[in-house]
Design a protein around this ligand. Sequence first.
Ligand code: ATP
Ligand code: MG
Length: 567
Amino acid sequence: MTDTAGSSGSEEGASHFVAEIIAEDIENGRYDGRVHTRFPPEPNGYLHIGHAKAICLDFSMAEQFGGLCNLRFDDTNPIKEEVEYVEAIKEDVRWLGFDWGEREYYASDQFGRLYELAVRLVEKGNAYVCDLSAEEVNDYRGTPTRGGKDSPYRDRSVEENLELFERMRNGEFPDGSRTLRAKIDMAHPNILMRDPVMYRILRATHHRTGDDWCIYPTYDWAHGQCDSIEGITHSLCTLEFENHRPLYDWYLDQLGIHHPRQIEFARLNLTNTVMSKRLLARLIAEGHVDGWDDPRLPTLKGLRRRGYTPEAIRDFIGRISVAKTESVVDMAFLEHVLREHLNKTSPRVMGVLDPIKVVLTNYPEDKEEALEAINNPEDPSYGTRMVPFSRELYIERADFMEEPVKKFYRLAPGREVRLRYAYFITCQDVVKDADGNITEVHCTYDPATRGGDAPDGRRVKATLHWVSARHALPAEVRMYDDLLLDEDEDEEGEDFLDRINPDSLQVLTDCRVEPGLKDAAPGSRFQFERKGYFCVDPDTTERRPVFNLTVSMRDKWRRIQKQRQQG
Ligand code: ATP
Ligand code: MG
């Protein structure tokens, strides 16, 4: 199923079920009318555009209701987490345009407090030290249809539990030999409530706490208590945590501490790509893409390198729905929103991706002109620039046909077309090499049409972009397409790797662009007229400029909309 994108994001703030719940809580005086959210990434990989949905939602709810949003690193697993990811996540959140101020928190900063809270549960008889192995715990847990079995250690006395828990913390027992478990109900219909593990023994160096701890809290134990300690009011998370909510509530109720409200929403899914860190890691490990910042990936690093703007991503997130049901958003809609922003903000230039030489036989050999070109027809404040013109030019090979087919209106023998901002030219002849390949197209130009208009009012059917051969700058252009081909509706359960698009990257090494692009800053964006939006690759080691195709001019989303209206 593909989601129809909702109405455009409004300036007054979003109206979706999460906003409604929060507004209602404020009205009822819950949390004294306070709103405090958090974005809680686990620093075990890079952020993707799915995370951007959570980030935008967390920060925008705080902003809309005059509250605050924390950045919290959910760093309870020392084995998979790294400082590198912490820094990258901060960079990505900042790039998206959000500011967490002083409120940068780490679950690991609360390890001491979490330990004290666990002791409190033990004292209340709500938690016990269990000597079953991980495998046995699993075995005893039962299945959704069959109740679990009590651990033989479940009825240890409070004193014994307190002593054993302290000795766990002091490193007296080997890894994996004991756990601390909440004492809830082994017959509970929700498996997560069957005496879940709160702490495991693990000798691993943590990126922040080093070797201070040899017991580490589980996600479920740490998350809600961290929310509470930070004074969070609305803990927004994705749907897979819905069945964790009873446990989230149970811990807070038993402890009787500040009790935030967990609200679940559907994750963002996109067609023609994958989103989960695990699958992204597989694409990288198996060499299908070049790394986490490969411009074909939906990681924020990848999208940034591809030329996406944070404004476009935020606009996109604001225009898709926040709902409780899973859906898939069409990649064409994301690209449509991106194109809208780039259309307004990108200077136009001319770049020829697959050049063929045009010689103007009646143009003086040593003459040069500078012709005025408009930088952005959408916005006059971008002004104009001068583009050099001379006798030998390049145009796109595909803009010429020696024997034009039906509906081909561009350059062909005997035919007149406009060179953008320059002159009308008429094709007179072609030059071929020994193998019969066209090497040059010979044309004449009409000096009276300077600037691109005929004083006698005669019209042409095509306007071509071009560069002056003598002046043009050689460049490399990387053309990107969807990473995955469309899903085959009939083939359930196929591996996503079967859908890899073999043509997702095409490197064009013989392109020519306007000389003015010589000093274009890494990351800067342009519209190559008629071809698409491109950005200067920020990471290239090439000596000539490298441009990444951000998005082509072809708006698939409009076509899909039209088809929907008709059908
Ligand atoms: P993944 O499953 O892609 O590896 P994750 O859920 O393990 O991601 P976390 O670091 O735990 O990644 O996520 C941080 C926050 O981002 C969580 O609140 C999570 O619910 C949210 N989030 C992750 N993926 C998406 C998504 N596709 N759409 C919306 N929110 C998401
Ligand atoms: Mg997760």
